[in-house]
Design a protein around this ligand. Structure first.
Ligand SMILES: C[S@@+](CC[C@H](N)C(=O)[O-])C[C@H]1O[C@@H](n2cnc3c(N)ncnc32)[C@H](O)[C@@H]1O
Length: 240
């Protein structure tokens, strides 16, 4: 599939950099401190698909020593400017061998796999697995398939009714309403079953899966978030 990374775009990067941890994004990050405390030993972390550095700075605040990698120079430029003491690297083609990154106790990917086609997902997960220290953990936050068929505090999909008929591997569209760039983001819909298959093929085992829901007492105007989980968080280890 010839799929373009819509984050390789200076205007999109500028808009994305204004996002923090509010609204629907709050739920993607809310449970991560507890999940990481339970499943990760050590502080060496790789933020795969670090973008403008939101997820990297989040890990740094939790005490991790983080290397952020991305394929978009536009996103990395902002990450470096926002966090000059951080370690942000361009890894073209996700060629980790060439990048000589070392071994990690944690590999976090926050929303990165939403933009990566299926066959490439397996190759990258396998390569990320090889970057783990023996007791290392991958935590991958992805969009749930349902995010593309409902309305949210941070997103709208109402202009894309075709999303509801999408199957695993199809391109779906969503607009981020939390920032100024209202051009649709093109993602690849990927079901839980398909992710489980990718993990098996990549020699990873699924340790735990979270689907965070809003409780209703948060300071945000929830739309679907109290009933439908917008995100899925996978905790993965290398298969024995
Ligand atoms: C939605 S942004 C998320 C950024 C950040 N993790 C956060 O939570 O704010 C997704 C990022 O994944 C990056 N990305 C997409 N495909 C990638 C790939 N194959 N390897 C590394 N990064 C990739 C994009 O360039 C973009 O910066």
């Amino acid at each position: 599939m010839n799929f373009l990374n819509c984050y390789a775009d200076a205007n999109r990067a500028d808009a994305y950099a204004t996002l923090e941890f509010a609204n629907t994004y709050y739920l993607a990050y809310r449970d991560l401190p507890a999940i990481l405390a339970e499943h990760v030993t050590g502080t060496r972390a790789l933020d795969f698909g670090c973008g403008t550095g939101r997820s990297t700075r989040f890990l740094r605040k939790l005490g991790f020593n983080v290397t952020g990698v991305d394929v978009s120079e536009d996103m990395l430029r902002i990450a470096r400017a926002t966090d000059p003491s951080g370690d942000y690297r361009l890894v073209p083609g996700d060629n980790f061998d060439e990048a000589d990154l070392g071994a990690f106790d944690l590999v976090l990917s926050a929303f990165t796999f939403d933009n990566i086609p299926g066959a490439t997902k397996t190759r990258i997960f396998r390569d990320l697995g090889k970057l783990l220290a023996p007791t290392g953990t991958i935590v991958s936050v992805v969009s749930s398939p349902e995010i593309y068929a409902h309305e949210w505090a941070s997103f709208t999909t109402r202009d894309f009714p075709e999303n509801t008929a999408a199957c695993s591997g199809d391109v779906v569209r969503i607009v981020v309403t939390d920032h100024q760039d209202r051009r649709p983001v093109e993602d690849i819909l990927w079901t839980d079953l398909s992710y489980r298959e990718v993990y098996r093929e990549a020699s990873l085992q699924t340790i735990q899966v979270f689907r965070p829901l809003a409780k209703g007492d948060e300071p945000y105007s929830w739309v679907s978030e109290t009933k439908i989980p917008p995100w899925v968080v996978y905790v993965l280890r290398r298969a024995l």
